[in-house]
Write a protein that binds this ligand. Structure first.
Ligand SMILES: Nc1ncnc2c1ncn2[C@@H]1O[C@H](COP(=O)(O)OP(=O)(O)OP(=O)(O)O)[C@@H](O)[C@H]1O
Ligand SMILES: [Mg+2]
Length: 245
C-alpha cells in the first residue's frame, strides 16, 4: 500500500506541490493527468526521493518516511519499494539489454549474478525481446529500449512501478508496443502509478485517474467519473481539450 500525506515541495520560492494526499492499494493502477508544469513529475520523483520533499510523509510497502526526520537508511529502504520507468529510458549505453536489466538486481538487491541474469532474461522474454538480449541500447529502437526499461523495473522487488510519460519520447510507431507491455503488467495486477498524456490508455487501464493542477490534486475518480462526468471546472476544461487529440 502507498500512503502520501500532506506532501509539499518547493524549489527555492517556487511551491510546486502544495499539499498532496492520496493512497494507492496493492494491485491498483493509478494514472495521473494534468497540464504541463503542474508537478506530476515532481510528485513521482518525491515518491522515491529522487527529489527530497519539503514536508510530508510517504509510506510505501510498510516503509514510512517523514521528511522532517528522514534518515539515509530509511530513504534507502523506501527507494527499494519503487522502481522508475523514465521518459528517456535512462539505460546504460555501455551495457547490453540483459546487463541493463540485471544490474540493479546484482548491485542493489545483492542477487547472485547467474540468478540475476536468468531473471533478467525471463523478463526480457516477457516483454518480447528474446532476440535482443545481447544488443546495446544504440542497436535498439525507441520502443525496444523502453521495453528494456520496463523489464528493468519489473525485476525490482519493490511494491510499485512509477512511470513518467513512458511513451512521450517515442516515435508514434513504437507507442503501441510499449502500451501493450504496460497493459499486460496491469492485468497481472502490478501496482502502477503512471503519468501520461495517453488518454485512451488512462480510460482503458486505470482503476483511478488523478487530475492535478497547480500543485494540487483537483479531482480523482474512476476513468468514467473523470472523463465522462468531471465535477470540477478545471477538470472539465482539461479533459475536453485532452480528448480532442
Ligand atoms: N529540479 C528543479 N529545479 C527547479 N525547479 C524545478 C525542478 N524540477 C521541476 N521544477 C519546476 O517545478 C514545476 C513542476 O515541474 P514538473 O516537471 O513536476 O511538472 P510536470 O507536471 O511533470 O510537467 P510536464 O507535463 O511538462 O512534464 C515547474 O515549474 C518546474 O519548472
Ligand atoms: Mg513531467
Amino acid at each position: 500500500m502507498i500512503k502520501v500525506t500532506n506532501l509539499t515541495k518547493k524549489f527555492a520560492e517556487n511551491a510546486v506541490l502544495k499539499g498532496i494526499d492520496f493512497e494507492v492499494s496493492l494491485g491498483e493502477i493509478v494514472v495521473i493527468i494534468g497540464p504541463s508544469g503542474t508537478g506530476k513529475s515532481t510528485l513521482l520523483r518525491c515518491l522515491n526521493y529522487l527529489e527530497t520533499p519539503t514536508s510530508g510523509c510517504i509510506e510505501i510497502g510498510g516503509i514510512k518516511v517523514d521528511s522532517r526526520s528522514a534518515t539515509r537508511t530509511q530513504i534507502n529502504k523506501l527507494r527499494k519499494q519503487s522502481s522508475f520507468v523514465f521518459q528517456n529510458y535512462s539505460l546504460f549505453a555501455n551495457k547490453t539489454a540483459l546487463q541493463n536489466v540485471a544490474e540493479g538486481l546484482i548491485t542493489v538487491w545483492k542477487m547472485p549474478k547467474p540468478q540475476a541474469l536468468q531473471l533478467a532474461k525471463d523478463k526480457l522474454i516477457q516483454v518480447g525481446l528474446r532476440d535482443k538480449l545481447d544488443q546495446y541500447p544504440s542497436q535498439l529502437s525507441g520502443g525496444q529500449q523502453q521495453r528494456v526499461g520496463i523489464a528493468r523495473a519489473m525485476v525490482a522487488k519493490g511494491e510499485v512501478i512509477l512511470f513518467d510519460e513512458p511513451t512521450s519520447a517515442l516515435d508514434p510507431e513504437w507507442v503501441d508496443e510499449v502500451l501493450a507491455v504496460m497493459k499486460t503488467l496491469a492485468k497481472q495486477q502490478q501496482t502502477m502509478i503512471v503519468v501520461t498524456h495517453e488518454m485512451q490508455f488512462a480510460r482503458e487501464v486505470a482503476d483511478r485517474v488523478i487530475f492535478m493542477e497547480g500543485g494540487y490534486i483537483v479531482e480523482q475518480g474512476t476513468p468514467q467519473q473523470i472523463f465522462e462526468n468531471p465535477q470540477h471546472k478545471r477538470t472539465q476544461a482539461f479533459v475536453k481539450r485532452a480528448l480532442k487529440y
